[in-house]
Structures are given as C-alpha cells and as structure tokens.
Design a protein around this ligand. Structure first.
Ligand SMILES: [Zn+2]
Length: 142
C-alpha cells in the first residue's frame, strides 16, 4: 500500500561542519555562489515571519562581502514586499531560494544552508525560531 518511506537515520549534530569557503547552488545549478565561513555556520535559524514561515528554509548569516554569486546572476530573481527593505533572491528556473539581504540588518545576507554542497540541514539538532512575526514592519502583513 503506497510508498514505503524510510526515516533518515543520520545522527543529529549540534554544529554542521563547513569549509572556510563553501560553495552552494540552487537546485538546477544555474545559480552558484560561494560564502566565506571562517567561523562556521553562524546563528543558523528559522523565522516565523510571513515570508520565512512559508519558505521554511534554515538560514545562516554572513556580511554582504562574504557571499559572492559566482554563476547565474542573470537568472536570479528578486522578491520584495512590504517595506521592500529585504531583497529575497531565488532562481527563476528552479524556484529555489538562495539568499536574501536582511531587513533587520541590511549589512548581512542570510543564505539557505540547504544550498551548501554536502550539507543536510535536517541533521541540526536544534534550530531556533526567530520571532519575525512581530517585526514592526510587518504590521500590515499578517
Ligand atoms: Zn535553479
């Protein structure tokens, strides 16, 4: 009856090991990027704002200069809403969210850790959820 799914048996970890410069991509491979992560994945989190709760990605943050789109800049689309401060980038071919310039701190990009080579975000034992729902700029976007 139906499909026999098997639950992932990967052990949970507190910290995901990454390289000092780690490469990532969207699903179709049109967009590739590199992030400098000398201190590993900083502050991996989810957020419950109107955008993030639909997207569901676990993100970590880097200063703007530490994320470079290597290929596919022309394929990236930008989605903006509400205050239009944050810039949410996604691949226009496969739809995968890669990164965004944060609203709460526009000097930072948050990026989708699931896009990183070899990283399975579901092994993270604890992922805090940030209360983006009560961001003052979201008052009209409930
Ligand atoms: Zn893509």
């Amino acid at each position: 009856m139906g499909v026999n799914y098997t639950l992932s048996k990967k052990p949970l970890v507190e910290v995901i090991d990454v390289r000092p410069v780690h490469h990532g991509s969207c699903h179709c491979g049109s967009v590739t990027f590199s992030v400098k992560l000398p201190n590993g994945l900083v502050d991996p989190r989810r957020c419950n704002c109107s955008m993030c709760r639909r997207r569901g990605a676990i993100v970590a943050s880097v200063p703007l200069r530490d994320l470079e789109v290597v290929e596919g800049q022309n394929v990236l689309s930008i989605y903006q809403f509400n205050t239009r401060t944050a810039k949410h980038y996604f691949c226009s071919r496969c739809g995968i969210y890669t990164h965004h310039q944060r609203r709460s701190d526009p000097t930072l990009y948050a990026f989708n850790i699931a896009c990183l080579e070899g990283v399975d975000p579901f092994v993270l034992a604890k992922v805090p959820v940030y209360d983006g729902e009560d961001h003052p700029s979201d008052q009209n976007d409930r």
